[in-house]
Design a protein around this ligand. Structure first.
Ligand SMILES: Cc1cc2nc3c(=O)[nH]c(=O)nc-3n(C[C@H](O)[C@H](O)[C@H](O)COP(=O)(O)OP(=O)(O)OC[C@H]3O[C@@H](n4cnc5c(N)ncnc54)[C@H](O)[C@@H]3O)c2cc1C
Ligand SMILES: *[C@@H]1O[C@H](CO)[C@@H](O)[C@H](O)[C@H]1NC(C)=O
Ligand SMILES: *[C@@H]1O[C@H](CO)[C@@H](O)[C@H](O)[C@H]1NC(C)=O
Ligand SMILES: *[C@@H]1O[C@H](CO)[C@@H](O)[C@H](O)[C@H]1NC(C)=O
Ligand SMILES: *[C@@H]1O[C@H](CO)[C@@H](O)[C@H](O)[C@H]1NC(C)=O
Ligand SMILES: *[C@@H]1O[C@H](CO)[C@@H](O)[C@H](O)[C@H]1NC(C)=O
Ligand SMILES: *[C@@H]1O[C@H](CO)[C@@H](O)[C@H](O)[C@H]1NC(C)=O
Ligand SMILES: *[C@@H]1O[C@H](CO)[C@@H](O)[C@H](O)[C@H]1NC(C)=O
Ligand SMILES: CC(=O)N[C@H]1CO[C@H](CO)[C@@H](O)[C@@H]1O
Length: 576
C-alpha cells in the first residue's frame, strides 16, 4: 500500500506561546494537573480555564502537539495515524488470547494532544437513551447528560432541534465531500433487507436503520478535534496565561501526601528528549487523570492504586471496494498529489471516507435461529429495550489494507513501569453470545452488499473460506450485479467456518472503555459519582475509563460529554 506518500508529507508543528516541549523551571506548582491531554483532558482543561482564567492548570500530554499537523487537520489523511510508525498513536499491545486463535491484538489509541479526537475516523455517533440510564449512577442518567450532549456541539445535520446543540465548540456536519453514488446504492440495498433510511440516528431514540453519515468535520472541511476546539484558541488569544500544556511528557505516577494527591511525576518522552530527567510538579487543589481507558489504569497502578478491569468491546467493519473518486484508494495509493490537494483546498480533504452510519437489530426469527444461549441473552438485555441496537456499522470507501491490520510484532509502547496486561476479552463470554452476534452481523452486511447495484462479487481474502459447494460459497467477481437476490441459507458447517474466521481475524474498532468504572466500591467501582477515586483525596478520573457499561455507539461523543459533565463537577467543587 502506498503509504510512503503520506509519510513523506512534511510534518511540522509550532509550539504556541504556552504549549511547551520542556516545561519552564519556574513552573513547579499549579492548582490543577491534568494527566493526559487527550479527548477528555482537553475538554476539562478548556472548561476549567473558562470558569476561572486565574486558576493555574497544567496539562501533561504524553504525545506531541497536534497544532498544524496536516495529517490531523485534513480528515481524508486519517489513515496515516494507523501506520505503525505513527508518532500520534499509541499501539497498545494485547496478550495472547486462546479464543482469538492465540493472536495478540493491538489496540491503537490516541497519542497526541487531543487524543483520540485528533486521530480518529470522525464518525459522529451518539449513545442511545437507554445507555446512560443503564449506568444506573445518580446524576448520570440520560436526562442529566442531554445538556452536555448539546453543549459540546454545533450541529449542522437534520432532525429535531430538541436534542441537538447549536453553539458548542465541536461542529458536526457532512463535511465537504461524499461519494453519493455508493451511499445511495447502499441505502436502497439496506432498505431491501429491512433497514430504512432514518433522518437522525443520533436522536437518542432512533434505531434499526441507516443514515447518511455526519462527522466531526467543520463545514470548512477541517477536523474538529478537541485540542483545536477547546485549547488552541485560548492559548493563542493570550487571555489564559495560567493555562499551561506540556507535550511529549509521560506521567509516571501520582504522588500522595497522606493519601492526598499532591502532584505527579512525569518523564519527557525518551524518544524525543533522550537525556531529559523526570520531573515532579505539585498540585495545590486537584489531580485529574485523563489518560484514556488504556492509559489511566496504568497511571493508577504505577501510583499504587487498584487493579484494572478487562475491557469489553464490540464492533462491525463493513467494507466495499469501489472505483475512482468514490474511494480514498487513489489518494492512499499515491495516485493523487496530496500536497497539491492541500494547496487547492480540495473538497475531498474534508472527507473521512465513511458516508453511512447504521444501528441495527435482528428480527425475532433471527434471534431464535442463533440458539438458546443467544435467545436467553437477548431476552435479558435487548428484548424489552427496543432502543438498543445489536450492531453498529459504517460503509468505508477504501480497501481495508495494511493500516487496519497492524502487524502484531511492532508497536510503539510508552509505559515506563513494565508492560500492562491488556486482554481484549473479545469472544470470551462463557455462553458464546458475543461471537454469535458477529456471525449474525456478518451475514446481514453480506445480504445488504449483495443487493447493491454496484456489487460485482466478493474478494476471497476478506471473507471466511466457505466450501465451494456450499450455498454460502463466495460469489466471484463478474460483470453484472446479481438479480432476484434471496437470502443465503447457511448450514451449521458454514456457521463454524464464519466463527473460526472471526476468531482469526477480528480486530478492534478502538472503542475501549470501562477500565476504572464509576459505581459503588463494593461492586468493583473505582470512582464515585463525582469521579473521586476511592480511598484517597484530591484525585479524579475523567475519560472513558469510567463508564460502568458499554454504549451502543462510537465513543468520542460519550468521552466529550463525560468531560463536559466532569468539568462542571470540578468547577463546583473548586468553587470557581
Ligand atoms: C483509530 C481510532 C478511530 C476512532 N474512530 C472513531 C470515530 O470515528 N468516531 C468516534 O466517535 N470515536 C472514534 N474513536 C474513539 C474515540 O476517539 C475515543 O474513544 C476517545 O477519543 C477516547 O477519549 P479519552 O479521553 O477517553 O482518551 P484519549 O482521547 O485516548 O486520551 C488519552 C490521552 O492520554 C495520553 N496518555 C496516555 N498515557 C499517558 C501518560 N502516561 N502520560 C501522559 N499522557 C498519557 C494519550 O496520549 C492521549 O492523548 C476512534 C479511536 C481511534 C483510536
Ligand atoms: C467523480 O467523478 C465523476 C466524473 O467526473 C463525477 O460525476 C462525480 O460527481 C464525482 N464524484 C464525487 C463524489 O465527487
Ligand atoms: C445524491 O445523488 C442523487 C442523484 O444524483 C440525488 O438525487 C440526491 O439528492 C443526492 N443526495 C445527497 C445527500 O447529496
Ligand atoms: C516521529 O518521531 C521521531 C523521533 O522523535 C522523529 O524523528 C520523526 O520525524 C517523527 N515523525 C513524524 C512524522 O513526526
Ligand atoms: C492477563 O490477565 C488475564 C485476565 O485477568 C489473565 O487471565 C492472564 O493470565 C494475564 N496474563 C498475563 C500474561 O499476565
Ligand atoms: C463439499 O465437498 C466436499 C468435498 O469436496 C465434501 O467433503 C463436503 O461434504 C461437501 N459439502 C457439502 C455441503 O456438500
Ligand atoms: C426469483 O426467485 C424466486 C425464489 O427463488 C423464484 O420463485 C422466482 O421465480 C424468481 N424470479 C425470477 C424473475 O427469476
Ligand atoms: C457529589 O457531590 C455532590 C455535590 O457536592 C454531593 O451532594 C454528593 O454527596 C457527592 N456524592 C458523593 C458520592 O460523594
Ligand atoms: C467550520 C465550521 O463549521 N464552523 C462553525 C462551527 O460552529 C461555530 C459556532 O456555531 C460557527 O460559528 C462556525 O462557523
Amino acid at each position: 500500500m502506498g503509504v510512503a506518500l503520506l509519510l513523506g508529507l512534511q510534518y511540522w508543528w509550532y509550539c504556541g506561546v504556552d504549549i511547551y516541549e520542556t516545561l519552564p523551571d519556574a513552573i513547579q506548582e499549579v492548582d490543577v494537573i491534568i494527566a493526559g491531554g487527550g479527548t477528555a483532558g482537553c475538554v476539562v482543561a478548556g472548561r476549567l480555564a473558562e470558569a476561572d482564567p486565574g486558576l493555574s492548570i497544567l496539562v501533561i500530554e504524553g504525545g506531541p502537539n497536534n497544532l498544524d499537523v496536516p495529517t490531523i487537520v485534513h480528515p481524508v489523511l486519517f489513515l496515516s495515524a494507523l501506520i505503525q510508525t505513527s508518532n500520534t498513536t499509541i499501539f497498545y499491545q494485547g496478550v495472547k488470547e486462546s479464543q482469538l486463535n492465540d493472536r495478540e491484538l493491538i489496540v491503537p489509541s490516541g497519542g497526541t494532544l487531543g487524543g483520540g479526537s485528533s486521530i480518529n475516523l470522525m464518525m459522529y455517533s451518539r449513545a442511545q437513551r437507554s445507555d446512560f440510564n443503564a449506568w444506573n449512577v445518580p446524576g448520570w442518567s440520560t436526562e442529566d447528560m442531554i445538556p452536555y450532549l448539546r453543549k459540546l456541539e454545533t450541529y449542522h445535520g437534520p432532525g429535531s432541534k430538541a436534542v441537538h446543540g447549536f453553539d458548542g465548540p465541536v461542529n458536526v456536519s457532512g463535511g465537504t465531500y461524499r461519494a453519493n453514488r455508493s451511499e445511495s446504492d447502499w441505502i436502497q440495498a439496506a432498505g431491501k433487507v429491512g433497514y430504512p433510511e432514518i433522518e437522525d440516528l443520533a436522536s437518542l431514540d432512533a434505531n434499526n436503520g441507516v443514515q447518511r453519515a455526519l462527522r466531526y468535520i467543520g463545514t470548512d472541511g477541517t477536523r474538529q478535534d478537541v485540542a483545536y476546539k477547546y485549547v488552541h484558541p485560548k492559548i493563542k488569544s493570550g487571555n489564559y496565561p495560567n493555562l499551561h500544556v506540556v507535550v511529549n511528557s509521560q506521567v509516571k505516577r501520582v504522588i500522595f501526601d497522606n493519601k492526598r494527591a499532591s502532584g505527579v511525576e512525569y518523564r519527557p518522552n525518551p524518544k524525543v528528549h533522550p537525556d531529559a530527567a523526570s520531573r515532579t510538579i505539585r498540585a495545590r487543589k486537584l489531580v485529574i487523570v485523563s489518560s484514556g481507558a488504556l492509559g489511566t489504569p496504568s497511571v493508577l497502578e504505577r501510583s499504587g492504586l487498584g487493579n484494572p478491569e478487562i475491557l469489553k468491546k464490540a464492533g462491525v467493519d463493513v467494507v466495499v471496494d469501489l472505483p475512482g473518486n468514490e474511494t480514498i484508494d487513489a489518494l492512499v495509493g499515491g495516485r493523487l498529489d496530496v500536497g497539491k490537494l492541500i494547496q487547492e483546498n480540495a473538497p475531498i480533504l474534508g472527507w473521512n471516507a465513511m458516508d453511512i452510519t447504521c444501528k441495527i437489530r435482528p428480527t425475532d426469527a433471527e434471534v431464535a435461529a442463533l440458539g438458546p444461549n443467544f435467545q436467553a441473552a437477548w431476552d435479558k438485555d435487548y428484548k424489552n429495550d427496543p432502543n438498543k441496537p445489536l450492531a453498529l456499522g459504517s460503509l468505508i470507501n477504501a480497501f481495508p489494507g495494511d493500516p487496519s491490520l497492524v502487524p502484531a510484532d511492532q508497536y510503539f509502547a510508552m509505559s515506563s513501569g513494565g508492560k500492562p496486561n491488556i486482554t481484549t476479552g473479545f469472544f470470551s463470554d462463557a455462553q458464546g453470545v458475543d461471537i454469535k452476534k458477529h456471525v449474525w452481523a456478518y451475514k446481514k452486511q453480506r445480504e445488504i452488499f449483495r443487493r447493491m447495484e454496484t456489487y460485482r462479487g466478493e474478494l476471497a481474502m476478506l471473507h471466511p473460506p466457505f466450501s465451494p459447494n456450499s450455498s454460502a460459497a463466495l460469489v466471484h467477481l463478474n460483470d453484472k450485479p446479481p438479480t432476484n437476490v434471496t437470502d443465503i441459507v447457511y448450514t451449521p458447517e458454514d456457521d463454524k467456518v464464519i466463527e473460526d474466521y472471526l476468531r482469526g481475524h477480528v480486530e478492534t474498532t478502538w472503542h475501549s472503555l470501562g477500565t476504572c468504572k464509576m459505581g459503588p466500591r463494593e461492586e468493583k467501582g473505582v470512582v464515585d459519582s463525582n469521579l473521586s477515586v476511592y480511598g484517597v483525596e484530591g484525585l479524579k478520573i475523567a475519560d472513558l475509563s469510567i463508564p460502568p457499561h458499554n454504549v451502543a455507539a462510537n465513543t468520542m461523543n460519550t468521552a466529550v460529554a463525560i468531560a463536559e459533565k466532569a468539568a462542571d463537577i470540578f468547577i463546583k467543587e473548586l468553587g470557581l
